[in-house]
Design a protein around this ligand. Structure first.
Ligand code: ZN
Length: 245
């Protein structure tokens, strides 16, 4: 990775008045969390696209919850890597740093980021499918007897966006607002293929923001005018970019 590109990116970060960050699966991967798409995207004989749907939850809630229980088990012992902590330091020095994430694992909040928008929801809580009762934290005791149920008797659902569902409206509005207001968006570890979330960096770019993209492989975004592509993983790229923040 050339020092010149890092120096240019670090200069942008130093001058940014309203920075924002957009993250995807590559951010989590550097913490040792395996991703659930691509080669490892199959679970037993099921595809994620067949399990993470409202229909599957209705038809076979036990299998769907077994899958989420395994995903949660994968998160046990996973701690945020140095890139997350660099973002927390940047938030302190910049005064504010909206973090817009496609990830459902809660690692940004666990690291200490104070302004996190979860565009695809969170695997850490569940809600009733019928009575809109209070959210429940998903922990071992909740998963002891599958499927977990609300006091009203109905099956709970994970608070994640399932295939075919719209993104949570409030989260999408907050992310769009942050994208319109920012003068520098740092995009980390996303393939830029999952819409509508992937439209957020394009919004920032079209409103005149500079964009730094940290991704080992180039995406559709990488070669767009105004985008500085840093071809590294999330932990290495963020710690080098923000070492003086
Ligand atoms: Zn209920």
């Amino acid at each position: 990775m050339s020092d010149r590109v890092f120096a240019e990116a670090a200069g942008l970060a130093a001058r940014a008045r309203r920075p924002a960050v957009f993250t995807g699966a590559g951010m989590s991967r550097d913490s040792g969390l395996r991703t659930f798409r691509g080669e490892e995207g199959h679970w037993r004989t099921h595809r994620a696209e067949d399990l993470a749907t409202p229909e599957a939850l209705q038809r076979d809630p036990v299998t769907v919850w077994q899958w989420y229980a395994e995903r949660l088990a994968c998160l046990e012992g996973v701690t945020p890597h140095a890139g997350y902590l660099a973002l927390v330091r940047w938030e302190r020095s910049a005064g504010s740093l909206p973090v817009l994430t496609q990830n459902i694992d809660g690692l940004h909040s666990a690291a200490g980021s104070g302004d996190v928008t979860e565009l695809h929801g969170t695997i850490r809580t569940a809600s009733c499918t019928r009575c809109r009762g209070g959210r429940r934290r998903v922990d071992r005791s909740l998963l002891a007897d599958l499927p977990p149920r609300c006091e009203c008797g109905s099956v709970l659902r994970p608070d994640v966006v399932l295939f075919g569902e719209p993104l949570p409206r409030e989260a999408l509005l907050r992310a769009e607002e942050a994208a319109r207001m920012t003068d520098l968006m740092v995009v980390v570890g996303t393939s830029m293929t999952v819409y509508p979330a992937a439209s957020i960096p394009w919004t920032a770019l079209s409103r005149g923001a500079a964009v730094i993209e940290i991704n080992p492989c180039p995406t559709e975004l990488s070669s767009a005018p105004g985008v500085l592509h840093i071809p590294t993983g999330a932990a290495e790229g963020l710690t080098r970019l923000l070492e003086k923040r």
